[in-house]
Design a protein around this ligand. Structure first.
Ligand code: PLP
Length: 436
């Protein structure tokens, strides 16, 4: 029998991190539902299995296994607390040569997944200060990544804003930063955005990004750009070329990258690119928490990074793969929400413009049931999605919109995604029919 209360007293840290949270409950619920036969998994953040990319990683793995020396080096020693030196050198060289970034290996740190990197970064910059104040992380636009919210060591130090909404043709809309509302007070320790954004697939424009960067610089704080899906790899951005490029390097930027969405979430490798004092601080944290990060991911992509092949697979295989999937998913939503063969009429719906990552964010204005109830009804029909309400970390104001949205992943097989979307359409109609 699982015990609901621990046998010993937990610390404040223990109570926060071992305690109940909406996200934990949801992840456990999803894990359990995913084991059901025939489950349509449109809920998680797993990348697609792309055979051509898998084959490349497989070949790299084989190369390591075929060499006693490479194998021994991979598994036989602890690395530097900042990660393997070759990886920092090669990544710095790529960013310098291709994008003109004035950085070196001293600006790069490897973490065991970028999630761990965010935990370090947020708690390095925000939280209680020695003087007793509370420093916060500003998320200029919500919906934003669910994984940030629980990462504060004490309390919840995220502050966030609702976006402006731009309506586009064909049921499409886009969130924009509401710069008029944004206030950067003295308690703000850093600004953070995911770009592309999980859960919405939004890609903040270069103009928005440079305004945020100017704001951060003016307040002498860093701008953290969570680039888990972005340039240069895995490069899952479908907007114009200029938006796909990396912004220029500046000392107040903290750039977070990951190998996960390339297809390697299991190797748990994240990278942080930042000014040297930030990297030194994070290196010390890495040493305390894990001695050294895993060197497995860096070893696996070593040759692909050095040769620039990692950019080619991102641009020629990974991005087109997801772009085609996005189009199919959008078409499936239109088909599911518009006039049905049984004569049922269209329901009110909007799709956030899919500009990157691999999620569709659906908005059902005035839906008579909230997104959690819709999630539960879908789960009962073996369709797993994520209810939207959890994706507003730090938002203080009550906003009905937050209960009217769903996130679906379109990384899985097209037929499964389409079947799941069709059932979403049926359940949304049912909710309206019951309320009529
Ligand atoms: N940032 C965003 C926006 C994500 O969607 C994810 C994972 O889904 C992460 C960070 C964490 O990625 P990882 O820890 O696998 O590098």
């Amino acid at each position: 029998m699982p015990q609901s209360t621990p046998p010993f007293q937990f610390s404040e840290f223990g109570q926060k991190f071992a305690g109940e949270s909406g996200v934990l409950r949801l992840m456990q619920d999803m894990g359990e539902a995913a084991r059901q036969p025939g489950a349509r998994l449109l809920g998680g953040g797993n990348p697609a299995r792309i055979p051509a990319v898998d084959a490349l990683f497989h070949a790299q793995m084989q190369r390591i296994l075929d060499s006693k020396d490479l194998f021994a080096r991979l598994v036989g020693s602890y690395d530097n607390p900042s990660g393997p030196a070759f990886f920092a050198r090669d990544l710095a060289a790529l960013l310098r040569d291709r994008y003109g970034w004035h950085i070196g290996p001293q600006n790069i740190l490897v973490t065991s997944g970028s999630q761990t990197g965010f935990f370090f970064l947020f708690n390095l910059l925000a939280g209680r200060t020695a003087e007793g104040g509370l420093r916060r992380i500003l998320l200029p636009v919500t919906p934003e990544y669910i994984g940030y919210e629980e990462s504060s060591l004490t309390g919840n130090y995220f502050v966030s804003y609702a976006p402006e909404i731009e309506y586009l043709p064909d049921h499409i809309y886009k969130y924009k930063v509401d710069f008029d509302a944004l206030t950067v007070g003295p308690d703000i320790a850093a600004i953070c955005v995911s770009r592309p954004t999980n859960p919405t697939g939004n890609v903040l424009t270069r103009a928005e990004l440079s305004r945020l960067s100017d704001l951060a610089q003016a307040h002498n704080i860093p701008l953290i750009i969570d680039n888990a899906y972005g340039a240069p790899f895995p490069g899952i951005i479908y907007t114009e070329e200029a938006e796909q490029e990396l912004p220029a390097w500046e000392e107040h930027l903290i750039y977070c990258m990951s190998l996960s969405k390339l297809g390697l979430p299991g190797v748990r490798t994240g990278m942080i690119i930042a000014a040297e004092p930030i990297i030194r601080a994070l290196t010390a944290m890495n040493a305390i928490v894990s001695l050294a990060p895993s060197s497995f991911g860096p070893a696996l992509v070593r040759d692909l990074l050095k040769s620039g092949e990692i950019l080619r697979i991102s641009q020629e295989i990974i991005r087109p793969h997801y772009a085609a999937k996005a189009q199919h998913a959008v078409a499936a939503v239109h088909a599911a929400m518009q006039d049905a063969p049984d004569g049922a009429s269209q329901v009110a719906y909007h799709i956030h413009k899919p500009e990157g990552a691999f999620f569709l964010w659906l908005w059902f204005p005035d839906l008579p049931i909230n997104s959690l109830a819709l999630y539960q009804r879908l789960r009962a029909r073996n369709v797993l999605v994520l209810p939207g309400q959890y994706f507003f970390p730090g938002l203080q104001q009550e906003w009905q919109h937050r209960h009217e949205c769903l996130r679906i992943s379109y990384a899985g097989p097209e037929a499964t995604v389409a079947a799941g979307i069709q059932i979403i359409g049926q359940e949304v109609r049912r909710a309206w029919a019951e309320a009529a």
